[in-house]
Write a protein that binds this ligand. Structure first.
Ligand code: GLN
Length: 547
């Protein structure tokens, strides 16, 4: 089957959940037996989101091939199980830097380089590149229709509709149908305006996803169809749901997958199944709705009032709950508070403590205090990346007698138990860094193998001795301190294959105390919980029976 392209745009306001909508449509087509790929076109000028603050952008999602990408790629992967790649996320910054370097190279010699056709050609090249075996490529356009920034992307997808033909392209537009309490009505006007905006750049949507907080009455649906020139059954009400994992089911109930296959003429000669198999999603939603118990986990971090910064982590903990059939109640705590006297008591009564990835000195002492509390009170502790580094500093200071233990991330340090990584192996190639190198895209990024110590806790949890996990860090635990830390009770249970980089530490004299240098949350799926999250939540359940 030839690859077909579905473009998803958004209108009216941002934050309508275009990422989840795209991911859910991907899951739905997959449930009908089709192979899918999802891509994101981001209108900002950063080459990638790696240099943006979590407050600006939310989580940076890292792929196996080491790309720092938009967090929507995490949704795509969680909903479809298809591993995202560098080639699945492009930004205006990357497009322009490609076009400008081609210009300098002389590739356009003689021509005036312009948005149309040079920039739009580069965008189209990206959209069409490397579809692999995908029968459907779903392309989400970031931003909201009407923004200046997204115009070249809209122009490029408009051209693609012309070039590939309508039988190979489809435009889906996500809008908002707000309820106005004083009128007691759902209003369709913003949707009409948003579609008008899209029409002004030459795109006629084929289907509309109408976000609403209550059922869309047939009259309103007809009105949207009429004014927006969309078939009535292609106006899909996208009602608010209690869990994001319900979205594929609810889209199917509204007939969305039928509209899509009909658009491509696949209803007459289906290459997939006539009905999707949604068993997986029903099981997940069922477990979320009817858990058998509850555990309380404290997440001690820095960006806790902006939860998009911890998107994958939040989901992975939910997956741990699904796996163990419990509700995981999360207590997001700003680590800095533990730097004040007596505040640590806040952690009494929690069944698990997780210190996630992070950057910079602010709040680090609070994280060290949280790790200490977990170790001393035998509360399950999960340290991820920065959370592992802080736990190692904690053990160094309080058990190994290295009072001045610290990280060079915070400046010069007498006892650099955590230090800058300047050299490491990626397969057979040596990667080199220096303190004054560019910051964009230069961390240790992406999938690296790790060898687990036979008989260790983590080897038991993973059920294997060779694993591969995704990384995003610049600092590492300094192996020169390994011997002293081991004598203090810390086991180095996961190492890079050349044994130079500590990847996992665990504390044996404890119910569950594990620190990992990588980000396991990036690979967890609702239908395939990451083993560390499954095990951590299980340890929290065991702990909850003790309190
Ligand atoms: N700031 C730390 C480093 O660069 C940890 C990074 C992280 O937690 N992702 O090594």
């Amino acid at each position: 089957m030839q690859t077909r392209y579905i473009f998803i745009t958004g209108g009216v306001v941002s934050s309508l959940g275009k990422g989840i909508a795209s991911a859910s449509l991907g899951a739905l087509l997959q449930a009908r037996g089709y192979k899918v790929r999802l891509r994101k076109l981001d209108p900002y000028l950063n080459v990638d989101p790696g240099t943006m603050s979590p407050y600006q952008h939310g989580e940076v999602y890292v792929t196996d091939d080491g790309a720092e990408t938009d967090l929507d790629l995490g949704h795509y992967e969680r909903f479809t199980g298809v591993a995202s790649r560098q080639s699945d996320n492009i930004t205006t910054g990357r497009i322009y830097s490609t076009v400008i370097s081609r210009e300098r190279h002389g590739d356009y010699l003689g021509a005036t380089v312009q948005v149309i056709p040079h920039v739009t050609d580069a965008i189209k090249e990206f959209v069409l590149s490397d579809p692999g075996e995908a029968e459907f490529v779903l392309c989400e356009v970031g931003g909201t229709v009407g923004d200046i920034e997204s115009l070249p992307f809209l122009e490029a997808i408009r051209q693609l509709g012309n070039e590939l033909g309508r039988e190979r392209t489809m435009y889906v537009h996500l809008t908002l149908v707000p309820y106005i309490p004083s009128a007691g009505e759902l209003k369709t006007k913003p949707t009409q305006h948003s579609v008008k905006e899209l029409l002004s750049v030459g795109i006629q949507p084929d289907a509309l996803l109408a976000r609403c907080d209550r059922p869309l009455p047939p009259g309103e649906k007809r009105k949207i169809a009429l004014f927006c020139n969309v078939r009535e059954d292609a106006v899909i009400p996208a009602l608010d749901v209690d869990t994001i994992y319900q979205v594929p089911i609810s889209y199917h109930e509204q007939g969305f997958d039928n509209v899509v296959v009909r658009h491509f003429g696949l209803d007459k000669e289906p290459a997939g199944q006539a009905e999707p198999n949604l068993g997986r999603w029903e099981h997940i939603a069922g477990r979320i709705r009817a858990p058998e118990g509850e555990v309380k986990i404290a997440v001690v971090g820095k960006y806790t009032h902006f939860l998009d910064s911890y998107k994958s982590l939040n989901e992975a903990l939910i997956h741990g709950g699904i796996h163990n059939n419990v509700k995981v109640k999360l207590d997001w705590i700003e680590s800095e508070i533990f730097e004040s006297e007596g505040a640590i008591e806040k952690l009494e009564g929690v069944n698990g403590i997780l210190v996630p990835g992070g950057f910079g000195e602010r709040g680090s002492e609070g994280k060290i205090a949280a790790a200490r509390f977990a170790r001393e009170h035998k509360v399950p502790y999960f340290g991820i990346c920065f959370g592992m580094q802080m736990a190692v500093i904690e053990v160094a200071r309080h058990l190994a007698g290295i009072a001045k233990a610290g990280s060079t991330e915070f400046g010069p340090c007498e006892e650099p138990v955590v230090g800058l990584m300047t050299e490491w192996m990626r397969g057979n190639t040596r990667e080199l860094r220096s303190a004054d190198a560019n910051v964009g895209g230069t961390m240790r990024l992406g999938a690296y193998d790790c060898a687990l110590k036979p008989g260790s806790r983590v080897a038991e949890i993973y059920g294997q001795q060779q694993i591969s996990e995704r990384h995003r860090h610049r600092y590492e635990v300094n192996i020169n301190y390994m011997k002293r830390l081991e004598e203090a009770g810390l086991t180095f249970s996961g190492m890079s294959p050349d044994k130079s980089l500590p990847e996992i530490v665990e504390f044996a004299d404890h119910p569950w105390f594990i620190g990992v240098q990588f980000h396991p949350e990036l690979k967890s799926k609702p239908f395939d919980t990451h083993p560390l999250f499954a095990s951590f939540v299980q340890a929290a359940i065991a702990q909850s029976r003790l309190v």
